[in-house]
Ligand binder design. Structure first.
Ligand SMILES: [Zn+2]
Length: 452
């Protein structure tokens, strides 16, 4: 563990410079959804890496460019950092205490759109690299960055980009774009993400809405067609009724169960936070609730639209009906296979008229909790956070980790500067400078230990 004292000293004494660099990056808007500033931000990120001796390529995709950067180090091991330079829209602007693209430092926190998600993660890692270069003259291992510009808009081109650039992206391990501490200040290691298959189901039974006195007994009703179709997808027992849906799904392992059992029981917190009286399938809490939350496929009606919903009554037969439905996927379900199963099921049930529009998806992926790289990230966190990093084998949300795990064959570990009040995607997004520094110190330890 060479020069860690010097590295730490550098990180502390040059923190202001790193925060200034982050502020410059945040002041460059890069709102993917509004296609605002994407090329400019990619260029700025490229310059930041080039200044540190990285070979940088700004690589086009079908959407926002990917910034790829590489710098050789002492050992022949390669660490890949995945980050993104795009941010969520800042609206509603009136709810920000200071303008979202004018970073503002107060009470040990930096406020601005993207400070946490994900620009702060990027500059904290660059800060680590500066400190190591200052203390050591070279990096302990090869370092690559893949920084995409479409993370907040479902990473639509990332899978193809990774498949087409496997050689370039070859590495031994990957640090994910986010991470952080929970409400107890305990650092968390998230080892897997569920997949997703998001669809819109729609029916059109006539070219215009019809008087219900005329059409009620002789015309098909779009709202009924849709609700009948939806009712075939899942039963009151919560089991998804699409044939083949559960084929090839591996149940949680004994190790998953052990890791989940080590987590606090959230049953009471869920009840008070969300006002639910109980849980599905007779679950009451504990490890069974925790496992069911993330290791089971879901079929969620996210929204339903049809006919008249205004005040009073309107006797009308709707011509159109639609529903947004998301299916969360577990290993080894894929959106492609699920779409095919859904189509076959609807046809078989007599609903060929229900149109499926695929709105996006990705398969689930997870990293082995006992991978040696995970051990390095977890063990090296303890000294920094003065608390053991907790391992969560799987979380319920989704993200583009599948091509990293399955196409590049990498263990993917999370580490970062997030905390519960970071307000990512919301007004007054902020980071705590103490956690920024901790993340940079943590990354230095990971890089040295990984290189040994
Ligand atoms: Zn985000």
């Amino acid at each position: 563990m060479t020069n860690l004292t010097q590295v730490d000293k550098y990180l502390e004494t040059h923190l202001d410079e790193s925060i200034a660099e982050l502020s410059t990056l945040v002041a460059q808007p890069s709102v993917g959804a509004q296609n605002w500033g994407m090329q400019e931000c990619a260029r700025l990120v490229g310059q930041m890496l080039a200044r540190r001796g990285f070979n940088v390529e700004i690589m086009p995709t079908g959407g926002a460019p990917v910034v790829f950067a590489e710098r050789k180090g002492r050992s022949n091991k390669t660490l890949l950092f995945y980050n993104h330079y795009d941010v969520q829209p800042a609206e509603p602007l009136e709810l920000w205490d200071t303008p979202p693209f004018e970073p503002s430092l107060r009470d040990g926190k930096l406020y601005g759109r993207g400070v946490s998600d994900d620009k702060g993660h990027l500059t904290a890692r660059l800060h680590t690299i500066d400190a190591i270069l200052a203390a050591d003259g070279e990096l302990p291992c090869n370092v690559k960055f893949i920084i995409e510009g479409e993370e907040e808009t479902s990473s639509v081109h990332l899978h193809d980009f990774i498949r087409e650039n496997k050689q370039k992206l070859a590495a031994d391990a990957c640090i994910w774009e986010f991470g952080g501490v929970d409400h107890r200040e305990v650092p968390m290691q998230y080892l897997g993400l569920r997949g997703i298959c998001y669809v819109e189901l729609s029916v059109e039974t006539a070219s215009i809405d019809v008087h219900s006195g005329l059409g009620g007994s002789i015309f098909p009703n779009a709202a009924w067609r849709l609700t009948w179709a939806l009712s075939t997808l899942k039963g009151p027992d919560e089991r998804i009724r699409i044939p083949g849906w559960y084929d090839g799904i591996a149940p949680p392992s004994a190790r998953d169960r052990e890791l989940m059992a080590a987590q606090p029981d959230l049953a009471e917190e869920y009840k008070s936070r969300f006002g639910v009286k109980g849980f599905l399938k007779g679950l009451t809490g504990g490890v069974e609730l925790a496992l069911a939350e993330v290791f089971e496929p879901t079929c969620t009606i996210c929204g339903l639209t049809s006919g008249y919903q205004g005040p009073g009554s309107k006797t009308v037969q709707p011509a159109q009906a639609s529903a947004k439905v998301d299916f969360r996927l577990v290993p080894d379900q894929t959106p492609e296979r699920c779409l095919a199963l859904l189509r076959a099921h609807l046809d078989e049930q007599g609903f060929s008229d229900v149109k499926i529009t695929f709105l996006g998806g990705e398969p689930a992926a997870r990293t082995d909790p006992d991978d040696p790289f995970v051990k390095i990230v977890v063990d090296s966190a303890e000294e920094i956070y003065e608390s053991k990093m907790e391992m969560i084998p799987m979380v319920g949300g989704s993200g583009p980790n599948h091509p990293f795990v399955h196409d590049l064959g990498l263990p993917v570990a999370t580490a970062g500067l997030g905390y519960p009040d970071t307000r990512a995607h919301a007004p007054n997004e902020n980071i705590r400078l103490d956690l920024y520094l901790k993340h940079a110190r943590h990354m230095a330890r990971v890089m040295y230990q990984f290189s040994e």
